[in-house]
Design a protein around this ligand. Structure first.
Ligand SMILES: [Zn+2]
Length: 99
């Protein structure tokens, strides 16, 4: 029984025990239920926004200023390719991991 309990983690949202994904067990805090994962996602996004106040606003202003100073006249060309770095929050593609 103890070995099983060590393998299992308790969901911080519904309180049920679940078997965490070996790849994310250190950070995983919710079970595979869609409702719990949605809550966890919302909470992490809220915490991130609180930790980075005005991030989007400040970023937009910077981009706007930069674009005003660097008007794009041509996107094509050898050095014309523009790459945007975009960060998406980590998420599992399906609940199958947790089963
Ligand atoms: Zn849960």
């Amino acid at each position: 029984m103890e070995a099983i309990q060590r393998e299992q983690k308790r969901c911080g949202y519904c309180g049920r025990y679940y078997k965490p994904d070996p790849r994310t067990r250190k950070t995983q805090k919710s079970c595979a239920q869609a409702a719990c994962r949605a809550k966890r996602k919302m909470e992490s996004q809220r915490k991130w926004t609180e930790a980075n106040p005005g991030y989007f606003q400040g970023r937009y202003e910077k981009v706007k200023q930069w674009r005003e100073r660097h008007p794009i006249t041509s996107v094509s060309g050898e050095k014309g390719s523009v790459r945007y770095k975009t960060r998406y929050p980590l998420r599992s593609q399906s609940g199958e991991w947790f089963s």
